[in-house]
Design a protein around this ligand. Structure first.
Ligand code: AVJ
Length: 319
């Protein structure tokens, strides 16, 4: 099979080299914490795709419904022939809902999971022969810039899935203003944002009955074992996800079932029974609160779409 994908390998320097350092730093911190970006090795990316299909995980299907219904309006706001840059493109599934209506001239997928990115963008290029497809491997949360040769007069950044919720509100604001400076003037952002809602619905989405989210969370420990040689008894940890209402976020943790230590190289990291490793924040916003954040980042909120149960929002921000 020919690959029509323009692949920008190792787009961000050191893309794969900080896991070790961040694990040492995160396990040594108090409280212990690690960035959720490390969930997405090949297995983690697959588990995440499975999460998106769980009945409790309303986010994906709700956002897809919104995008499908708003595609024509979004296309009218962006105009044809734009460069579409997807941040954290994963399986590049959602963008398919927009391509026919939007007719961008180029698509650039950016993702931290290299092989997954390559496979997904190859499939996209095969299915949309009229589209020029680029892929840039790297951690866009560390450094944001377009690969050389991939420029566009009009750029629309597509940031779906409420991935922006992995940032705290202050980080999200800083990220959006960096994004605004990294893209040409007049560029827009199409961003999916999960809405604050009743605790029961939120907590169910992160505690699916099939245990996929638990496996996704625990995969972080397995990845440490596989890639870094960390000595850890994965069965001695459990999955915990709850809504922290004061911070308006779902928190995920790995809970130590007993007093134990895990080791990496010569280092030992002790856990008390019940002590946790904080693995993810997933912030939830009201519509007005997110618009205010975007305004502080220098954007104008041009449009917002919600599903009819107000579970999820998609915002179009103009730069
Ligand atoms: C990809 C960050 C949007 O927070 O809902 C899903 C990741 N974590 N289940 C989310 C996730 C647990 C997801 N984001």
């Amino acid at each position: 099979m020919s690959t029509a994908v323009h692949f920008h390998d190792q787009h961000v320097e050191g893309a794969g080299s900080t896991f070790h350092d961040d694990v040492i730093r995160g396990l040594g911190a108090s409280p212990k914490a690690l960035s959720p970006k490390y969930f997405y090795d090949e297995r983690g990316s697959r588990l995440f795709e499975a999460i998106c299909e769980q009945p409790e995980y309303y986010l994906t299907r709700t956002e897809e419904g919104i995008l499908a219904g708003a595609a024509a309006e979004i296309a009218a706001l962006v105009g044809p022939g734009a460069l579409m840059v997807e941040l954290g493109s994963g399986a590049s599934h959602k963008v398919r809902l927009l391509l026919e209506a939007m007719r961008p001239s180029r698509y650039l997928g950016m993702d931290i999971s290299r092989d997954f990115l390559l496979k997904s963008t190859r499939r996209l290029a095969a299915d949309y022969p009229w589209l020029e497809v680029h892929a840039a491997w790297g951690d866009f949360s560390r450094r944001l810039h377009l690969p050389p040769g991939v420029q566009g007069r009009r750029v629309v950044a597509f940031f779906p899935g409420s991935s922006i919720g992995n940032f705290t509100p202050a980080e999200a604001e800083a990220f959006l203003s960096r994004l605004r400076r990294a893209l040409p003037p007049g560029s827009g952002v199409l961003v999916g944002v999960d809405l604050v809602k009743e605790r029961g619905l939120l907590e169910a989405a992160y505690n699916d009955a099939a245990g996929i989210t638990a496996a996704f969370n625990l995969n972080l420990l397995e990845r440490m074992r596989r890639e870094l040689g960390v000595e850890v008894e994965v069965e001695a940890f459990g999955h915990r996800a709850f809504f922290n209402e004061a911070a308006s976020r779902i928190e995920m943790h790995l809970v130590s079932r007993k007093r134990q230590a895990i080791s990496l190289g010569g280092r030992r990291f002790a856990f008390e029974a019940g002590e946790t490793l904080h693995t993810e924040n997933s912030c939830k916003y009201g519509v007005a609160a997110f618009q205010a954040l975007a305004t502080r980042a220098g954007y104008r909120s041009s449009a917002v779409w919600l599903d009819d149960q107000a579970l999820f929002s998609v915002h179009y921000l103009s730069g």
